[in-house]
Design a binder for this molecule. Structure first.
Ligand code: SAH
Ligand code: SF4
Length: 347
């Protein structure tokens, strides 16, 4: 059976050429074709001999993800539903902005963690995505936007967030491998400052992540009290707020230059009082951090209401003025086509 070439790390590609008794610079050439020029078939490799191309072709294949549906929001946000080789489906979102373009990638089919306010959480967990399926999402969107410009100032896709379907730290190896390819300067060359992994708080993996990766970390915090967080983010019953903050301290010690983003979805009457804000400030104060308040994006059948814009503002003002911490409010994007945070679910 042939293997998808997007599953390989650079060193695995090098080993392939060593196995063929070919020079290792062939790996550099092929890597450049794949991740700088963005070819979509092996036949176009005009600096590699036919004989070698045949050998690549014998072992590997190159193909785009298959789209089964696309949606375009009024605000320019696009959502794709991809059908994978085994028929399973995932979603990817592209969010264009004035000075940047962000892709939100999925890391699993479904999610096992069942956060009560998250649409993806209502889907059963099906399986982890392979590296080729994670990278395939970015490559598809780059092809779609014709975004293979060498001049990095002209790139349409500047930011990648692991905030689509799934818990990235529960698909650790494939996610780290994908991040390494995404940020490889000889390839796709995304800046490590512009790639963000969001986790609901898989404590032991945060410790690994601090050793293995240098991209940004966002934590789905959502509540300052265990009783509330146990309901919103049930993994909190396994790894409580104290435990989570303890490993985040370890993370901060190692990554002194990094600012952790604490994501906080604003749910009316659940976690949006001044008392919540007070406790949140107390917990986050020791960190180099930013609090990102996320207006709740409703989905059919959801049990929560979004906090009013006024309440979100009061909450934010408290964090900024009393807490003297950074706080921003995330603008909902693509919500008319269920492409906003937490609305993703195979339709
Ligand atoms: N599993 C990871 C990453 C995917 S979720 C995590 O939980 O962090 C990406 C972000 O969207 C998380 O902060 C998540 O809590 C948030 N989110 C989920 N459902 C939401 C909803 N309905 N409205 C707003 N944000 C939501
Ligand atoms: Fe999974 Fe994240 Fe949704 Fe929780 S918020 S169910 S961890 S995708």
């Amino acid at each position: 059976m042939k293997e998808n070439i997007y599953n390989l790390s650079f060193s695995e590609l090098k080993s392939f050429f060593i196995g063929l008794e070919e020079k290792t610079f062939r790996a550099d050439q092929l890597w450049n074709w794949l991740y700088v020029k963005g070819i979509n078939e092996f036949s176009g490799l005009n600096n590699i001999s036919k004989n070698i191309i045949n050998k690549i072709n014998d072992k590997y294949y190159l193909s785009e993800l298959k789209v089964s549906k696309t949606l375009l929001s009024k605000d320019g946000t696009r959502k794709w539903l991809f059908e994978l080789e085994d028929g399973k489906e995932i979603e990817t979102v592209y969010i264009p902005d004035k000075n940047r373009g962000t892709i939100c990638v999925s890391s699993q089919v479904g999610c096992s963690l069942a956060c009560s306010f998250c649409h993806t959480g209502t889907m059963k967990f099906s399986r982890n995505l392979r590296t080729s399926e994670i990278l395939g999402q970015v490559i598809y969107v780059k092809n779609f936007l014709k975004d293979w410009n060498k001049n990095s100032d002209k790139k349409k896709i500047t930011n990648i967030v692991f905030m689509g379907m799934g818990e990235p730290l529960l698909n650790y190896d494939n996610v780290i491998k994908s991040i390494n390819v995404l940020t490889d300067e000889k390839g796709l060359a995304f800046s490590k400052r512009k790639v963000t992994l969001s986790t609901s708080g898989v404590v032991p993996r945060i410790l690994d992540f601090k050793e293995d990766s240098d991209v940004n970390l966002a934590v789905s915090f959502h509540a300052a009290f265990d009783e509330v967080r146990n309901i919103l983010v049930p993994i909190n019953k396994k790894w409580s707020i104290d435990h989570l903050l303890e490993v985040l301290k370890e993370y901060s010690k190692k990554k002194k230059h990094k600012r952790i983003t604490f994501e906080y979805v604003m749910l009316e009457g659940i976690n949006d009082s001044i008392n919540d804000a007070k406790e949140l400030v107390k917990l986050i104060k020791p960190f180099k951090a930013k609090i990102n308040l996320i207006p709740f994006n409703p989905w059919p059948g959801s049990n929560y209401n979004a906090s009013s814009p006024n309440q979100v503002n009061i909450f934010k003002k408290f964090i900024l003025e009393e807490g003297k911490l950074l706080a921003t409010v995330r603008l909902p994007r693509g919500d008319d086509v269920l492409a906003a945070c937490g609305q993703l679910k195979s339709f």
